[in-house]
Design a binder for this molecule. Sequence first.
Ligand SMILES: CC(C)(COP(=O)(O)OP(=O)(O)OC[C@H]1O[C@@H](n2cnc3c(N)ncnc32)[C@H](O)[C@@H]1OP(=O)(O)O)[C@@H](O)C(=O)NCCC(=O)NCCS
Length: 268
Amino acid sequence: MEKLEFFGNDTQVNLQKRYYRLWPFLKSHPRLSFVGRGIGIDDPYLDEVEALVGLTMELGILSMAFTQATILEELRAVLEENGLKVGLWHHLVLTGNMETSCRSVVESMHLPAEYQINRISASTSPHQIQKVQQLMQNCGVAPLPGYILRGRYIPTVAVMIIGSQDEVVATGAGIFRHNPDSPYGKAAHIGFLATEPSLRGKGFGRLLLARIILACYEEHAAELVHTGVRTDNIPSHRVCRICGLEDSGMYMLGASYPQIINVTEFTR
Ligand SMILES: CC(C)(COP(=O)(O)OP(=O)(O)OC[C@H]1O[C@@H](n2cnc3c(N)ncnc32)[C@H](O)[C@@H]1OP(=O)(O)O)[C@@H](O)C(=O)NCCC(=O)NCCS
């Protein structure tokens, strides 16, 4: 298990282990998706809500991407009636031409000389991976296991900005989490952004997000990039909008089962 580089508190690590064990049996389901720290379902619908409740109870948490606004309140009410906690994220997608948004972010942003931006890969040191995960944890972003960050399991673009002392000051990722044969097979869930609090507002977040999006398109032929942002997360909304992402009118809903994971916010 060590080489899989799980990370977090006991609950987070236990869930990461559980999902790693379960995913080989679930991955052929066309609507299920995976990011190592969690399992998701695409396009939830009301008629299956009992099954969604049951699945959430088995898994502990379940994210529901591409949730239609028309079913949101009813879906949420039934999940809550069944004792689940529900979190809500606005669903954002890249619209328009990424050249005019992401490319201009990359070209206009000059990283100060003491910092460099690196891709996370198979050769990134385990120590550096832990620093990335610790930064996520410190910033309220549920950490991704190392094998996901390294792209060993599913196609992933993960990046970090490091300082002169080799410290990781910002990170983010794009993950092709959906079933490759599904309509979202070429869709990347982007974000997982975290910037060291004392260095926020310097453009690190937008630079990483723009680089991630460009790499998703250029290296993995992405057809869609999307993310979920909480209503009150103003900095994240700003960064996403600067990179060309806009509200899709849908939601990303997260359900959790308090007997397995009893936190109000699983992730930012
Ligand atoms: C979101 C986050 C990664 C942004 O990182 P960053 O390096 O500060 O990003 P940038 O410097 O590129 O941009 C930050 C933007 O938010 C704005 N901002 C920051 N705090 C703000 C606030 N309280 N109100 C309004 N805008 C705010 C900044 O002004 C800037 O926008 P602007 O250039 O239009 O002024 C960082 O805030 C963070 O780590 N947050 C905690 C983890 C998180 O929420 N991750 C995202 C999960 S979806």
